[in-house]
Design a protein. Sequence first.
Length: 153
Amino acid sequence: MKPSFLSFTLGVLLLAPAAALPADSSPPVRTDPVLEQATKAVSSKDWPQAQAVLKDALARDPGNPDYHNLYAYSIRKGANPDMNLVFKHYSEALRLDPKHRGAHEYIGEAYLMVGNLPKAKEHLSSLDKLCFFPCSEFTDLKKSIAAYEAKPK
């Protein structure tokens, strides 16, 4: 039995794109040196270093939601956090990128730090909508809320 012209054409069309692509057609991964440096400081819990790197980066690029998010995180985790500044930068991250899952998780945790459970739950609800499948940000904030609710008052 001879293959029909239609099945031959379909086979060629299906294989042609794969043959035309180089072996590794994935785009090159670009890293952000600011985030690399800040993440390294955060990993070693060098909060002042992370804050300095991110504050300088924000002066150059105030429209970067990742910088705002990580800056607020490093302030919140540091000694004597200025919670007004923390909320300012998380809010700015979310203004710039309303779907920023990390900012939703972290601002929810910040709200727990100041005893505002309803606001933390609002951000959990936002994450529930943003994460089609359960994501780590949703799971982590849900655990933080459960731990907060389990604490004796």
